[in-house]
Design a protein around this ligand. Sequence first.
Ligand SMILES: [Zn+2]
Length: 405
Amino acid sequence: MKKTLILIVVLSVLVVALGLSLKTGTQHKEDNREQNSYKQIRGTIRDGDTLFTIFKKYKLELNELFEIRDSSAGIHDLSKLCAGRPYRMTIDGNNRVNSFVYFVDDDSFLNVVRSGSGFHTEKVAIDYEVRIRHIGGTIKDNLISSIGEDREDTLLAMEVSDIFSWDIDFTTDIREGDTFRIIAEGMYLNGEFKKYGDILSVEFVNNGELYRAYRFENGGEADYYDPLGRSVRRAFLKAPLNFKRISSYFSKNRFHPILKRHRPHHGVDYAAPRGTPVSATGKGTVVFAGRRGAYGKLVILKHKNGYRTYYGHLSRIAKGVRREVGIDQGQLVGYVGKTGLATGPHLHYEMRVRGGYVNPLGLKQPYEKTIPEKRMAEFMDVTRKMNRDLASIPVSAPVYAKKDL
Ligand SMILES: [Zn+2]
């Protein structure tokens, strides 16, 4: 990845330098000599780096730093540099900055070029080439290890878990032998794969049950719909221990906790390591956050249509979660613990509606949004094409079944 980025910068710097030599070279011979002594600096922002520390390191003029910062004002705030991002600088023979390039994110870079007496700054989009990729495989162990453990593969696995998070609990529902097929945009730079763009369609067979989702623009917004044109989004997520949140939480130690689910009573117990983040399954309002008898540290949320969800035995309640505060679906409410009446760390999750207990695992949720009738034919065309492509993806060989089209 780095190599191509460097190449692009080298190219853009060359173009700038070339432009400069064309402009000045015809006028003054001396400038040509100067141009030959251009020096390139390539670096990566480290923790604590600022433009100031970089300028100091290379003994550059501070007034140029101010000029660069001024020319970038309103385009990108250079007072905060992000650790890990690459930057490039060209310095002329008089130790003056000629250009400064800073990679803001995966999609754009800031191009600061000397112009006249000051600098000119523009934000340039990195122009990826999009190629459709087919990924298929069979679950062994867990979703991430089955798709692949590269950063991009992990992100793709999390994206898949997100799309199905209303239907499948990826921490406890998935089984060895479950299969997945994914059609996603691959973003390429100079012929090299860089990252995934959007997932266009995805299929997951969980315990013999087939789930499919298709990306479709509806009302100016792209979202995922099931084969009948119903939004995958519903009032409650399948589980309060969210695969994506847990995976990002534990990824530092490359540890994917093995969770166990039990139903010894009217709630659901999830055995999980102490500190595992707990997410609100639905959008709601906090009606209780504190200690309550056998529940230990408990959060109760009130949702629409009289539903309430309970999250008990927490080791800690998340910051800002207190009575009457609004909570989004998927928002962190606390961490798994064993406060109250609990022998080991686990989450007690309970759902009630108008005082009566509900089994959250058997909850029949209404579909909240569907594709309008007048666009169904168009949607069906998309699903037909996608289904044909999905069916062509082999699932017998995991990870290396990845194929470019
Ligand atoms: Zn329980």
